[in-house]
Design a protein. Structure first.
Length: 241
């Protein structure tokens, strides 16, 4: 199983999920280019480059269940479409092919959001509270790096903006090319639109689950519901006692 985090995320945010998945699966998580411990300022942050990275990782570990959240889910979707032999099952968490809607300014919104971060944070506890508190805030704060004057993100803002800009184009044609069983997990309070969720649900290989009360980081703020959805999709084998 290969796990891909979302924009500004890092492999370690999947630690709680991996803790129970490793009972039944060999689990890997990937820091995407520009994130975490991967190259911080890659020359190419296109969708093609991210898909190539995921395919290369799958080429090393063998055909696998591919799980991605948000932008990581977008990468996972494109990887499954372009490299069907490498993906046995696909799991999309708050991720789909719609791209930016009319008047959407996702890249600009991400730039404004990151520009408002009060970095350096004096400590991880302060960062966790600022970044949403609870399990979500703690997970996000866990990706920070300590420097002499405080704690900083393990990514550069301009790289994140360029990365998300590459996902603006709708990818419905590629979504229709996915041939493996697919699970879509939407948070009730997440970012995915009802229209995108409904349209994706028409795909013959897709199982859709909406988690009540969950936000965009479903795997972090609703871990029990996330575990139940993924376990059911995998045939009741994942992480059972």
């Amino acid at each position: 199983m290969l796990l891909l985090p979302g924009l500004c995320g890092y492999a370690g945010e999947w630690s709680a999920t991996a803790a129970w998945l490793t009972d039944t699966h060999r689990v890997y998580a990937l820091d995407p280019r520009g994130h975490g411990d991967s190259e911080r300022r890659p020359k190419d942050v296109s969708r093609t480059a991210h898909v190539a990275d995921a395919a290369a990782a799958l080429g090393l570990v063998g055909p696998a269940v591919l799980v991605g959240q948000s932008l990581g889910g977008h990468t996972a979707l494109l990887t499954a479409a372009r490299h069907p032999r490498l993906v046995t099952r696909l799991v999309l968490v708050e991720a789909g092919p719609a791209g930016d809607g009319p008047g959407d300014d996702s890249a600009d919104a991400i730039e404004r959001w990151l520009a408002d971060w009060p970095v350096p944070f004096p400590g991880r506890a302060t960062a966790a509270e600022y970044l949403g508190g609870g399990l979500v805030g703690s997970a996000w704060a866990g990706g920070l790096r300590e420097h002499a004057d405080g704690w900083y993100p393990a990514f550069d803002r301009d790289i994140m903006v360029a990365t998300v800009a590459g996902a603006a184009e709708p990818r419905w044609d590629e979504f229709e090319q996915v041939v493996c069983p697919t699970l879509l997990v939407k948070g009730e309070r997440g970012f995915m639109s009802a229209d995108e969720y409904t349209r994706m649900g028409r795909h013959p290989m897709l199982t859709a689950v909406e988690v009540p009360g969950a936000g965009h980081d479903v795997h972090l703020d609703s871990p029990d519901a996330w575990r139940a959805a993924l376990t059911a999709f995998l045939g009741g084998s994942a992480g059972e006692p």
